[in-house]
Ligand binder design. Structure first.
Ligand SMILES: O=c1ccn([C@H]2C[C@H](O)[C@@H](COP(=O)(O)OP(=O)(O)OP(=O)(O)O)O2)c(=O)[nH]1
Ligand SMILES: [Mg+2]
Length: 161
């Protein structure tokens, strides 16, 4: 959201600590002014065979403020060109996690994929967290959808006007 004068809001401060093997690497950064995610680089060399997955080190630990999370998301270019994606997308970094941030990458492609230290392998999206509180009831209100789901409104063809 932008403030009423149209200026961008202040970034939310997120504490970040470089681990020893992260020294010398760029911190995650937004590639453009409008980027939603910060590209994060690998802190290790690793080759993913077809079908293999690996928790790729970033060399970073973070302290996210309360009521926020960081999502670890794939980069579309790697997914489209090489079949490299985040196995648990979007990965969840909890605000109370103090271990190393890792990107769990999987190779869905047909060729081995070499990751070199410093390569941008995923993107981190800071997102607000709203917590639910259960309100247990015996009956739920009726809706037009009811229990229909999983394609109940039709297939891939567009809805009739
Ligand atoms: O892609 C990811 C996902 C998770 N984590 C770290 C941060 C997160 O706070 C913690 C736990 O993640 P999650 O809750 O997804 O995993 P879990 O299997 O439920 O483990 P746990 O029992 O530790 O919560 O692991 C990462 O570094 N990268
Ligand atoms: Mg968990």
């Amino acid at each position: 959201m932008h403030s009423s004068d149209g200026s961008a809001p202040e970034p939310v401060p997120v504490l970040v600590k470089r681990l020893p093997h992260g020294e010398g690497l760029d911190l995650p950064a937004y590639a453009t002014d409008g980027a939603a995610g910060m590209d994060v680089v690998a802190a290790e060399d690793v080759t993913l065979a077809p079908g293999a997955r690996h928790a790729v080190a970033t060399g970073l630990a973070v302290a996210i403020p309360p009521h926020f999370e960081i999502q670890v998301r794939p980069r579309s270019g790697l997914a489209l060109k090489h079949g490299i994606t985040v196995a648990n997308a979007p990965g969840t970094i909890d605000s109370d996690y103090r271990g190393e941030v890792k990107a769990i990458l999987i190779n869905h492609g047909t060729e081995p994929f070499a990751i070199r230290r410093g390569d941008r392998v995923a993107q981190l999206v800071l997102a607000p967290v709203v917590r639910a509180g259960w309100v247990e009831v015996a009956e739920l209100e009726h809706t037009a959808r009811g229990e229909g789901g999983f394609g109940s409104t039709g297939g891939v063809v567009s809805l009739k006007p």
